[in-house]
Design a protein around this ligand. Structure first.
Ligand code: ZN
Ligand code: ZN
Length: 338
């Protein structure tokens, strides 16, 4: 099974500007000084092997859209942020685009960054295709229709000629979609959001974005830990540091990298990937954020002690803690094979 990230930025698209690109070029040329770089092959090898990811690439600026491997005639997407436009364009180049195709789109919620790619989703305008929007908000259909009303957009929802339907689920529901068993959970976010757990062929992926986990959830038994337990991949909303999440940005509806590592450890998650990046963060800052997250895990491993009863409420918290084998920072274009 593969998971492909088409958009990983939170809140609003954040493209690179000219100054940021120039800075990368200057960095690369500085690093190249004194190296024997004559042929194109030598230069490519230098770029691929000697430059760091943030020097030679970018985490990207599209808002959330994640693809889970589907079938010959079915695709599975999480959210319809601006990355969905990119997915739709590339889909036309795939062999399966020649036949009728069903797109299952699981909506976390309706903040702009999670639906602004839908009006630009090319396959949605092809009559033989079908789109099934899945969500747990009662106003799923209206929320998606209304963003394409005049004066906000020149094309109406009805002009998307694919067969479009809406399936409203309840948190706690277990679904069968495109060969996946899908579980749903309600999350703490302004207007509520929903997370999804996908299981197929013995592998599991949790898509959990725009979810605030409070400080006391680190101590108490917390149902979300059961929702993510033993996941092979946890896609975790963490635009903030621990201090930001519990301080100036408390109640903004998002979580921290430290919370992600803590929960992944408690739930025996194998790989956690940080998601929904701060649109104000540069590639260099995001690389630093990943480094800090890994350092936290390293320190945690070296000081790990079995957890005991919580003194305040006498609840027993999980005693067996393991650590994620991998921490990554998702980026537009990243493919994770499970
Ligand atoms: Zn968001
Ligand atoms: Zn949101």
């Amino acid at each position: 099974m593969y998971v492909r990230f088409w958009g990983t930025r939170g809140s609003i698209p954040a493209p690179l500007d000219a100054e940021a690109v120039r800075e990368k070029i200057v960095h690369a040329l500085m690093e190249a000084r004194g190296k024997h770089l004559r042929s194109e092959a030598q230069i490519k090898e230098f770029v691929n092997e000697k430059l760091t990811f943030h020097q030679s690439g970018t985490y990207g600026g599209n808002t959330p859209c994640v693809e889970l491997e589907g079938n010959a005639n079915e695709s599975v997407l999480c959210d319809g942020g601006s990355g969905m436009r990119e997915f739709g364009s590339k889909f036309f180049g795939r062999p399966e685009a020649k036949q009728a195709h069903v797109f299952h789109v699981f909506m976390s919620h309706f903040h702009y960054d999670h639906l602004q790619g839908i009006p630009f989703f090319g396959p949605g305008y092809v009559p033989m295709n079908k789109i099934v929007f899945h969500g747990c908000h009662d106003d799923l259909e209206n929320a998606l229709r209304n963003q394409m009303q005049s004066p906000y957009f020149p094309v109406t929802f009805d002009e998307m000629k694919a067969d479009i339907s809406f399936e409203i689920h309840k948190p706690g529901d277990i679904l069968e979609v495109a060969g996946y068993k899908v579980l749903t959970v309600e999350q703490d976010h302004p207007g509520r959001s929903y997370g999804y757990r996908f299981e197929r062929d013995g592998k599991s992926v949790v898509y959990s974005t725009d979810a605030e986990h409070r400080a006391h959830h680190h101590r108490k038994k917390y149902p979300f830990i059961d929702f993510i337990r033993n996941a092979d991949l946890l896609i975790f909303d963490a635009p903030y540091s621990f201090n930001q999440a519990g301080g100036a940005k408390e109640d903004w509806g998002h979580s921290s990298n430290i919370t992600g590592v803590d929960f992944a450890s408690r739930a025996q998650v194998k790989h956690i990937t940080i998601f929904h990046h701060d649109p104000a963060a540069s590639d260099k800052q995001l690389a630093g954020f990943l480094r800090e997250t890994k350092n936290f895990l390293h320190r945690r491993k070296n000081t790990s002690m079995p957890r005991k009863k919580d003194k305040d409420d006498k609840e027993v918290v999980e005693l067996d803690e393991s650590f994620p084998e991998e921490i990554s920072l998702s980026y537009d274009g990243l493919i994770i094979e499970l």
